[in-house]
Design a protein around this ligand. Structure first.
Ligand SMILES: *Cc1c(COP(=O)(O)O)cnc(C)c1O
Length: 442
């Protein structure tokens, strides 16, 4: 067991230590992957140390290195070693984090993490939450609380979201069976405005429907734009609507002064989502949902199966009361280990550095006559285009070929643009230079 564990730890350390020298993207050889990893059902065992080697040499060679310093595509994700070790501890000790009886220590860790985040963001003391597998599941849980608890008996309930809302928000609302879903056009800075929402709400009221929920973004995935949270909160409150804020990208950036200044009104959210595996440097996957009127969370999810009644009779917080999972992994540990290992100021300083680097990227783009900024820098994101008609996808491929990093594309009002998102703690100014230099070669 020790030899295998040491081999695995050595492999992970080697990976992290050499990540800068690896290509940010490995083109998969599908036939080779299938030959090495598939084959007939194994009848004999294999030395697991050999499997560790296969994992390092084959399984992870292909695809995106989201932990690469030059990774500026999609949303980068640079976990830390203590966070990774937490996953080993969780798996090796098999803690049941669904009930107080199963893991009182796990429950206290999860409550501590939720409490720290609530307090640092200045959220209401009534706020409680739960850690889910990611932003998509956290959005589903937050909106499910609204679905169960808010205007539960009203006819023809309508949910609103912006055309910039993350795809998981619309999917969650559909899965929840929300009667009517409206996509409202964002403004010229890709924000959902209270004025545009008010028009849609008035139309629905006139038709006898019940405006019920609005899902807004604190850091939209396309551009980093932040909806007018304060104005939308005022409208939601006047209209009796639930306010769901998707901060899966931007939520933890509110721990920085600059980020927080862009999100006034955050504390007014009825439900608020953050992704620790994005902007808190935790290994995939851990998303958090916070509910301002905390009691609503357990009212929406608590069930008491007969065979677990004596377990629940012990009291304490059972996190299976706060989401759809009964058996659930102790995800809070990797969030807790990350925060405790580094302390909030160092994590926040790393977030601040990524905001600086996105500003640097925007300046470099502006300084090049062949490129121009389309949006940003907003919360670490910049979108840009060629001034000479080079398609954005060619810029992306040029960066990919260089091995030095990755960027991606998105579509804004029908135009495909190149997109940079700086979020990794390993990213340095030379990575920004290298990525933009590679894009310039075309
Ligand atoms: C990433 C993201 C999500 C989805 O989160 P996952 O962790 O990928 O499930 C939702 N909303 C926003 C704004 C995001 O950036």
């Amino acid at each position: 067991m020790r030899a295998l564990g040491y081999a695995a730890v050595d492999a992970v350390v080697e990976h992290m230590a050499t990540i800068r020298d690896q290509d940010a993207y490995g083109v998969p050889d599908v036939a080779a992957l299938e030959a090495a990893l598939g084959g007939p059902p194994p009848l004999a065992g294999t030395d697991p140390q050999e499997l560790v080697a296969t994992f390092m040499e084959t399984v992870i060679r292909a695809g995106i290195r989201s932990d690469h310093p030059g990774m500026l595509a999609y949303i980068p994700n640079h976990p830390t070693f203590p966070g990774a070790v937490a996953d080993l501890l969780i798996a090796g000790t098999n803690v049941f984090a669904g009930s107080w009886q199963g893991g009182p220590g796990a429950a206290v860790v999860e409550l501590a993490v939720i409490g720290w985040i609530r307090d640092l963001l200045g959220l209401a003391p009534t706020t409680t939450g739960v850690i889910q597998s990611g932003g998509s599941m956290a959005n589903l849980v937050g909106l499910a609380v609204a679905r169960e608890r808010h205007l539960a008996d009203a006819p023809d309930r309508v949910a609103y979201m912006s055309d910039q809302a993350h795809s998981s928000v619309g999917r969650a609302l559909r899965l929840l069976g929300v009667e009517h879903l409206r996509e409202v056009a964002s403004d010229e800075r890709f924000r959902l405005s209270p004025e545009a929402l008010a028009v849609a709400v008035a139309d629905d009221r006139a038709a006898g429907r019940t405006p019920w929920c609005v899902a807004v973004a604190a850091g939209a995935t396309n551009t980093g734009s932040v909806d007018d949270l304060r104005g939308l909160a005022a409208l939601a409150s006047a209209e009796g609507m639930w306010l769901h804020v998707d901060g899966a990208y931007g939520g933890f950036l509110a721990l920085t002064e600059r980020g927080r200044a862009q999100m006034p009104g955050l504390e007014l959210a009825d439900s608020f989502v953050l992704d620790a595996h994005k902007s808190l440097y935790v290994p995939i996957a851990a998303g958090i949902v916070l509910i301002r009127d905390g009691e609503q969370l357990e009212r929406a999810f608590s069930v008491r199966p007969e065979y677990l009644r004596d377990a629940y009779a012990l009291g304490g917080v059972s996190f299976s009361d706060r989401g759809p999972e009964l058996t659930r992994p102790f995800r809070a540990l990797k969030v807790w280990m990350t925060i405790k290992s580094f302390g909030f100021p160092r994590l926040v300083a790393a977030l601040d550095r990524s905001l600086d680097l996105a500003e640097q990227a925007a300046r470099e783009i502006d300084a090049d006559p062949g490129l121009e900024v389309v949006t940003g820098p907003w919360l670490g994101m910049v979108t840009f285009r060629s001034t000479r008609g080079v398609p954005a996808v060619d810029l992306v491929r040029a960066v990919e070929r260089s091995g030095r990093g990755m960027i991606s594309t998105t579509a804004l009002r029908g135009e495909t643009v190149a997109r940079i998102c700086v979020l990794g703690h390993r990213t340095r100014v030379e990575d920004i230079h290298a990525v933009l230099a590679a894009a310039r070669t075309v």
